[in-house]
Design a protein around this ligand. Structure first.
Ligand code: TYM
Length: 329
């Protein structure tokens, strides 16, 4: 089976619809047909100031959400990044292959560092650790949202560079990005992506939100001064985003939705979408609660995943260390 690998940061109390539709939904689908490795990127979460207690809690909540959303630890290797030290170890080698200017061109770094008082070196080298996260499993595909595309390009460049200098070691991983859900937008600012770190609370629909809260956010979503429901990203970004989310959650094509809502108002669309969202998130919330009721079991699942992940990661790292000229230990 071809291998897939992806990760998500535990930087909020809940994943949002962008994380699910842009990434995690594909993770769940791909575990059927691929050798799947998915992880919670806790090492990336400390690149900005953080609270240790909150990080521990959010790491468990993230794991519970991934299980509730359909990842099956019997078929998928699900783990926490910090429990597989090979990520950091390969990360160092990759740092030594990355140009300073090359790292400085990462747009996510530029955006994030502009918002921080003090900017850590870790935030700067974050994309290089991400490259190591990926390459240490030598996957063929990396299912992510559009915002990760540049990091995947860096990953491919570094893989290529390593191969050229030290001999063919890494296959070049392909981004796996589905066009329709590659970028879910902020409800309040429908030209910006829905984001854990940048959106206002009203702009994101969280999976663990109370349905009443989500309904209110959807009702208050920014639209436009017209009344017609039509898909037009340029002129009607708000309505187009709502249609996109609706379509993704129900499987009904956008064209069919536009026909369904012919002659109806924005309020009708928003009310129905709130119901669709509540129907989807309700069972997820319940399941997350039950996973969190037994944190010891959850930790055990993650530890078993880390052990499996290490078997693969250690093999890659040993080859890399040998190729760069380190003595065998
Ligand atoms: P993170 O935690 O920000 O996001 C997790 C996944 O959700 C996708 N996503 C979106 N997709 C569509 N629309 C949106 N509004 C939206 N917001 C987020 C992201 O593209 C991502 O796929 N750097 C990564 C974590 C990471 C990683 C990796 C990913 C670390 N190492 C190795 C892949 C491979 C991140 O911060 O994702």
């Amino acid at each position: 089976k071809p291998r897939v690998l992806s990760g998500i940061q535990p930087t909020a109390d809940s994943f949002h619809l962008g994380n699910y539709l842009g990434a995690v939904r594909q993770w769940v689908a791909l575990q059927e047909t691929h050798d799947a490795f998915y992880f919670i990127a806790d090492m990336h979460a400390i690149t900005v100031e953080h609270d240790p207690k909150l990080l521990r809690k959010r790491t468990r909540v993230s794991a519970a959400q991934l299980l509730a959303l359909g990842l099956d630890p019997a078929r998928t290797t699900l783990f926490v990044q910090s429990q597989v030290p090979e990520h950091a170890e390969l990360g160092w080698v990759m740092q030594c292959l990355t140009g300073f200017g090359e790292a400085g061109r990462m747009t996510q770094f530029k955006d994030k560092s502009a918002k921080q008082g003090t900017v850590s070196v870790g935030l700067f080298t974050y994309p290089i650790l991400q490259a190591a996260d990926i390459l240490v499993y030598r996957p063929e595909f990396v299912p992510v949202g559009e915002d990760q595309r540049q990091h995947l390009e860096l990953t491919r460049d570094l893989a290529q560079r390593f191969n050229t200098r030290f001999g063919k070691t890494f296959p070049l991983p392909e981004p796996y990005i589905l066009k329709d859900t590659a970028k879910i937008f902020d409800l309040q600012e429908p030209q910006a992506k829905m984001s854990k770190s940048a959106s206002s609370p009203g702009g994101i629909v969280e999976l663990l939100d109370d349905p009443k809260v989500s309904a209110k956010k959807i009702r208050s979503a920014v639209t436009d001064a017209e009344r017609e429901i039509r898909y037009d990203v340029e002129n009607k970004p708000g309505i187009s985003n709502l249609l996109g989310i609706y379509s993704a959650l129900t499987g009904r094509p956008v064209d069919a939705l536009v026909a369904d809502y012919d002659g109806k108002g924005y309020g009708d669309l928003k009310k129905d979408l709130a119901e669709v969202v509540a129907e989807f998130t309700g069972p997820v919330r319940d399941q997350v609660k039950s996973y969190l009721d037994d944190p010891a079991e959850l930790d055990k699942t993650l530890a078993a995943g880390a052990q499996r992940a290490r078997e693969v990661a250690a093999g890659t790292l040993a080859r890399v260390y040998d190729r760069v000229g380190f003595l065998k230990g």
